[in-house]
Design a protein around this ligand. Sequence first.
Ligand code: ATP
Length: 578
Amino acid sequence: MKLLSRLLKYAKPYIVLFILAIAIVLSLTFVTLLPPQIVRTTINNYITNNSLPLDQRFKGIFKMAIYYLLSTSAIFVLEYFSIFLTTYIGGKIVYDIRNDLFKHVLRLPMSFFDRHPSGQITTRIANDTQNVMDFFTSVITSIVNDVFLLSGVIIMMLRVSSSLFVNISFVFPVLIIAMLLFRYFDLKAYKAVRSNISRVNAYLAEHIAGMPVVKLFNAEEYESKGFDRVNKDLYKSRIQQMYVFAIFRPTVSTLYRLAIAAIVWMGANYIANKTLNFGDLYAFVAYLELFMRPLEDLSEKYDVIQNTIASAEKIFTLMDESEEHFGDEEGKSKIEKGEIEFRNVWFRYTEERWILKDINLHFKPGELIAIVGETGAGKTSIMNLINGMYRPERGKILIDNVELEKYNIHELRKQVSAVPQDVVLFTGTLLDNVRLFHEEIDEEAVKEALKKVYVWDLIERLPNGLYTKIIERGKGISAGERQLIALARSILFDAKVFILDEATSNIDVQTEERIQKAVRELSRNKTVIMIAHRLATVVNADRIIVVHNGQIVEEGTHFSLMRKKGIYYKLYEIQFAK
Ligand SMILES: Nc1ncnc2c1ncn2[C@@H]1O[C@H](COP(=O)(O)OP(=O)(O)OP(=O)(O)O)[C@@H](O)[C@H]1O
């Protein structure tokens, strides 16, 4: 009930249109009942009425034909408007829900994205909202239409001949049960097909994305067998669905024809006894056809309602996720120097395990700092805390002696440039990606920024230069080059703190040299932190911080750490031996 009231809240702005749609649907129901009645009158009063002169009978038939034409035209116009209006309302409502949902998702904390796969969030915003749209476009008005049509048909049958109606009433439960059974099995088969289609899609998405691994490990045959399994399941469920159709559809049609035969047979007796006219019998049969339509429709809508409930529940669960409340909207917005301090910082992603334990750090502008440590030591987590992607559980992080919580976090993030290992570029041109679609920033400034990270000569050589099109998150541009582009972007937007999570893949010697040079230049007046995987790249750092198991275990220059013969020394030895 709460769910429905939340859904209806979205429909509220369109209430007038909704009432209009329902009025149109009601008129449509009324007009739909007219044609059998018109034909009945034509047969009874003019075709079989021998007491009238022939010319009057023709005139009557002509008049009735006009009525028939008018009523079918009215059906056409009303159907058009009802479809148009309901689609318009449903489309608008879903447009609003989708926008609200996406805005909400944008405000969720990173911890939410850790817990939910991106595919699931996409399905909520794209598909579940579509199910809700079906509810507004077809269910509400259809139910009104079906219920009224069904009642109208029964009233009309009773009016034509209540005694015939009572005598053939046994056919209704038979038809209803057959229809419900058909729907039940059809739905079951349809659900199986749908879930198998999702399995095929999921299999393809995962294995096409992992194609390099498939090829490297010669796993083509294994993969094709795996695909064959899910594909076969899909094929089997399709056959199952076909059986349901092949058995039930003809069964329902046959029962319907038998019902007509029963009506005709009984009706013929009534006609012989002169208690029924030919026109009445025709109308009865025609109304039976109208009886079947809403019956079929209602059983179909039941499924849509179920889907809507399930989808609405998922949508509102997502809407109820608490948003990120970090920092102070009214707080400090500018980083002056870029001095960063960690005071007894403890952090974890999940309850089970501390990732950073009692970290104390101090980063100053004008110093090139490197953070090193084995995989999973907690280096990236330090970066994620500085740019406010996550918040520490204990302890404090200060920038320019002001606690992170006292900053406007959105403004702060603009000035802390965290360049991840795998930079994602957006669809657009290289130029769009550096100036982040801010067209007021001129190309000269973009060029300057690219020059500062030593990547301009590379871009200049591309056939379309700055206008090179970026596709699929930056396919075709190496991880290192993407990092340089991200660095240029941060220079353009005047970031004060730069944290570079060194790319470990796709990086050639030249790109690596460019990064080194750019980082060294930047560190002259900015705070630059390099998270390094290959120790060869940090030899020249002013200070190296060694993280081990979530703790800072050593700190110093390359030479002092080598002399110490501790963890850094061991890491270096291992890499050197490689
Ligand atoms: N979003 C997350 N949710 C849960 N655990 C996470 C998350 N991100 C990282 N971890 C875990 O936290 C630990 C520290 O990860 P972190 O990425 O900080 O390490 P790292 O030193 O940067 O590693 P690498 O050198 O491989 O990049 C790892 O054990 C990792 O599995």
